[in-house]
Design a protein around this ligand. Structure first.
Ligand code: HEC
Length: 173
């Protein structure tokens, strides 16, 4: 019984301590503050597990992700939706401010190999909480446009600077 009382008292003290730390303003929300390794680890694990569980959409029959037309249309959507500002593109550097985001947006050609089309679609459509990655469905992108971006991203590691320039220079549809 005594032990239980001590555990209870400790739990209350920890609760009060946490409340003072967070509500008293001692926790720093500065984007420059490094997260403790355990927080980064937990956030990354939770994010990956969540995306794996939720990403189950497949492209509609009208869209073939390997189709050159989809890939090129996707390059254009990628440029027009402002992805380039944070992630960069072949021959285009990301905007300097993206280096101030926390976490830092990745160079997508380095990560697309590990992500399935369904996972890419989910992330672009819904965004990622607690990162700067916006939901593009909320920003007005249609599912078809997002699927074309997915088609482009799956080919991204092999897209040359010249191709990207040509595809994004075409007049708007
Ligand atoms: C305001 C900056 C910003 C913009 C604009 C932006 N992103 Fe992101 N994006 C991020 C950040 C931040 C992350 C999360 C980085 C992390 O998980 O460490 C991210 C993550 C992603 C990921 C997941 C990468 C991974 O490793 O799991 C994909 C895919 C992605 N973005 C694609 C896009 C596409 C496509 C667009 C445009 C339609 C776009 N992003 C626009 C900031 C941005």
């Amino acid at each position: 019984m005594r032990i239980l009382a001590v555990i209870g008292a400790l739990a209350i003290l920890v609760g009060i301590g946490a409340a003072v730390f967070f509500f008293g303003g001692f926790y720093s929300v500065a984007g420059t503050a490094e997260d403790p390794a355990v927080v980064t680890w937990a956030l990354t694990r939770v994010r990956t597990a969540s995306i794996n569980r939720h990403a189950d959409d497949q492209p509609p029959a009208s869209i073939n992700l390997n189709d050159a037309a989809s890939v090129q249309a996707g390059a254009k959507e990628f440029a027009e939706h402002g992805c380039v500002n944070c992630h960069g593109a072949p021959g285009v550097k990301w905007a300097k401010y993206s280096e101030g985001l926390h976490p830092d947006p990745p160079d997508l050609k380095d990560v697309v190999g590990e992500l399935s089309p369904a996972q890419l679609f989910f992330v672009i459509k819904n965004g990622i909480n607690m990162t700067g990655m916006p939901s593009f469905a909320q920003a007005g992108a249609k599912d078809d446009e997002i699927w074309s971006i997915v088609a482009f991203l799956k080919k991204l590691p092999g897209v040359s600077e010249a191709d990207y320039k040509t595809w994004t220079a075409q007049p708007s549809h």
